[in-house]
Ligand binder design. Sequence first.
Ligand code: CDP
Length: 786
Amino acid sequence: MATEATEIRGPGHRVKRVEDDRFIRGKGNYVDDIKLPGMLHMAILRSPLAHAKINSIDTSKAAAVPGVVAVVTGDLMAQHNLAWMPTLSYDTQAVLATDKVRFQGQEVAAVIAEDPYVAKDALELIEVDYEPLEAIVTPQRALEPDAPVIRDDKEGQAGNAIYHWEAGDKEATDKAFGEADVVVSIDTFYPRCHPAPLETCGCVADINPATGQATIYMTSQAPHVIRTVFALVTGLPEEKIRIVSPDLGGGFGNKVPVYPGYVVATAASLLLGRPVKWIEDRSENLISTGFARDYHMHGELALKKDGTMLGLRTSLLSDNGAFYADAQPTKFKAGLFHIVTGSYDFKAAHVVADGAYTNKAPGGVAYRCSFRVTEASYLIERLVQNAAYELAMDPAQLRLKNFIRADQFPYASATGFVYDSGDYHGAMNLALEKIGYDELLKEQKEARAQGKLYGIGMASFTEVVGAGPHKDYDILGLKMNDGAELRIHPTGKAILKISCQTQGQGHETTFAQIVAGELGIQPEDIKVMHGDTDNTPYGLGTYASRSTPTSGAATAMVARKIRDKARKIAAHLLEVSEEDLEFQGDRFFVKGAPDRAKTIQDVAFAAYTNFPDGMEPGLEGVSYYDPPNLTFPFGTYVVAVEVDPDTGQWEVRRMVAVDDCGVRINPMIVEGQIHGGLTEGYGIAAMQLITFDDGGNCVGSNFMDYLLPTSWETPKFETFATVTPSPHHPIGAKGVGESATVGSPAAYVNAVIDALQHLGIRNIDMPVTSSKVWDAVQAARAGETG
Ligand code: CDP
């Protein structure tokens, strides 16, 4: 046997993504690739109006079309007690409308046919008599006393308010403001945007009439939760429900909620005894499925003249659409928005949050962010940037002066989080060094002297991910814990089954690397399975960068459990006591005698062939992880832009991103995640908007109106890392999937505002389009001359 330990490509290695082999060959297996014998196709009729009473629905003409097998309405669903379903935020949502439609695009009826085109064509023959009602398109209007009540289906619902929620300490914050020399405030709107995964949502529901077995292939980021919700909603026994999420073409939070299409297709399969496929088109996805953001925010920052931050006050009004369906931990009505104190050492802070129903699609999903952290991060970083102008301080210096210091961790924030670890000064100093901040300031001065509009913006964010500890974190009562099951085969190859669900993040590669690091089995010898509730351990799924902090931790733990047993077997094989063994790389060896060794493969074989008397054979285990705390990735982004004063167009000159997600399992995948997030952040800052006209018609329901950044307009990113391990995570990793979208919009906008701040411009709401910039510049100049 070789005495040299082999180099194992565990955490820290840039292992190529194993999943890409099938993706680049066009061999992925998406829901729409699934074709079952006898399969029917479903299409959904959606409301053209945002708010209207339904007087009647006539389906007779549609039902008569050759090839149509059934037409389903809310009344039919009601006969089976399925016209309404619970949302993930303890509200109810119409599956198919019975009484009223409450947003444009709402599901009204469904046609099931032998052919998808017949199903779609037949929709046009369904006659619905609508009686239009006033459409409410802003939460401000929704809360006016004379606004019509959107949710008149709910007993005791008097107006359109959904919740009122507070965090922090009002009294202490008022006191801090009393001591302030300067108070800086901002009103800003983080507009509605959409995750827009390339693959839209859909399912194939297959209920076997003979056995009652329900197999539902579904675009879900959280298949286990969906199984439980389905059992509760439909009354089907949970062991007979199998949810399979095959390859997903992106999710970004959009594929967390339960959509009516899933429920109707399942009910139709149950009633018709045949598999039913439903795949939505692009406009259906953009107009009716989980949107993100839509927060109207007010922030006030209290400071001393020298720049010391004293207190923070924020209030927000959330536009939740017609059904409160935010996919977020139950306890926190506005998600984790109270991370709004960011990276700064505030003695006091107070957050007030209100939510309102409007005639828009529901959602509020964690679109490339932990729950509502993008909004929080944006608000604090816009405020801090404006405070620098108010105090005539350098924005970097103002931040450095107020950052929580590395020696203050674990740090209890004024709104109730305990940050695990951080080195904010380290991240910002690296970003400043990499962009050459001093040089850039000189360049800016020269550019300005020539009349150019040149801006430098920055944002230092603290993300909060890995929900979460069972005491505070649940969705519909289900604690937000995750699992991993690991089985080592006799030849030393392994299969890892995880509770989270990959949508392109590369879990099949990185989770294998975690096992590799713990057990010394090369990642290519470990198959990673996910997305099949019959064959993976329970867990709450993948969103909000929680996979690595939860299921990733469970993976390390189960591997360690197996290593403990492997040690006993190795001791037996080497005829020494366990205490005499050390583990390194891929093998156990006798302390001081490295040539007396057994590899993990030797041990795995022995686990089935030559194990000690009295030991249970086999080498496998399962672990569930209940994190003791969340993890808090962080970073600093610095952006330089030039604004064209004649057109308002702005162009990114430099973009430097420093991210810290603790130990990087696969630095290449992490960089990919950050590039993706920075691109999405740029899209949000520069061009993306789902909006509505006064009648509640959705503007932005196709890719001509809702703009995704392409390689043409996306800036070049320069990415760097610092590494501050999480002290409680088994391998010191923090999540990263969402950080860049959380942190970067403020950096882009701050850069544009910096270019214009000498004109007195302090805010332009996203998306910061050239026309808005041009308007702001014209208005400022008119003000100057007028
Ligand atoms: O929940 P989600 O997978 O979207 O987010 P994540 O846990 O932050 O992970 C995103 C991807 O980056 C996964 O493939 C992770 O395993 C990988 N990652 C990593 O390699 N190192 C980290 N410290 C964090 C994430």
